[in-house]
Design a protein around this ligand. Structure first.
Ligand SMILES: Cc1cc2nc3c(=O)[nH]c(=O)nc-3n(C[C@H](O)[C@H](O)[C@H](O)COP(=O)(O)O)c2cc1C
Length: 186
């Protein structure tokens, strides 16, 4: 049984919904256990992270970077970094922001560099970009055209229930991809 942990922060519920769909995708793969952990509750879960085969990181993009509570978790993980406790675990990331770009690629870059600091193995999205040709639509998987991880865009005046179905399916794809690769790691 492979263990996948999802550590995320969400100020207003959108990234939490994205995290649920990452978890749904991972749990759709046989032989995988999935655990969602709030970044602000991580102190009760360091052992779970140590036992995980893969850790998927998620944060909303705030001011062009990961949210401050998620950064607090990143900094707290320096205790693990000293012993390279997450070395060779799989890692992946997702983010959500209000604008179509919103500089959210920078949040994924931060997450991937964070994983590299821990000597983890980064899993990219593994999907061709959608909605980039005349027959494309916002319903396409990876409609925002990110490759480093799963992106979602949420209108600033709407709640998480209004999120794009395609973004949630893209999140599911990432979770399933990490789960399948974790099983292939043997
Ligand atoms: C402090 C703050 C900073 C934000 N900065 C950005 C930003 O740089 N780019 C963007 O597109 N949206 C930005 N947003 C919008 C959020 O990314 C968006 O509302 C997102 O859906 C919030 O996710 P959450 O509900 O999981 O917190 C910001 C929101 C807040 C509260």
């Amino acid at each position: 049984m492979k263990k996948i942990a999802i550590v995320y922060h969400s100020g207003y519920g959108h990234t939490a919904r994205q995290a649920e769909h990452v978890a749904k995708g991972a749990a759709s793969v046989d032989g995988v256990q999935v655990q969602q952990i709030g970044a602000d509750a991580v102190d009760a879960h360091w052992d779970d992270l140590a036992a995980a085969d893969a850790i998927i990181f998620g944060a909303p993009t705030y001011m062009g970077s990961v949210s401050a509570p998620f950064k607090t978790f990143m900094d707290a993980s320096s205790k693990v970094w000293f012993g390279q406790g997450w070395k060779d675990k799989l890692a992946a990331g997702f983010t959500n922001s209000a604008s179509q770009s919103g500089d959210k690629l920078n949040a994924l870059v931060q997450l991937s560099v964070f994983a590299a600091q821990h000597s983890m193995t980064w899993v990219n999205l593994g999907l061709m970009p959608g909605n980039n040709h005349s027959k494309g639509s916002v319903e396409d998987l990876n409609r925002l055209g990110g490759q480093l991880g799963a992106m979602a865009q949420s209108n600033s005046d709407q709640g998480a229930e209004a999120m794009q179905d395609s973004d949630l399916r893209t999140a599911e794809h990432l979770g399933a991809r990490v789960a399948q690769l974790a099983l292939r790691m043997g």
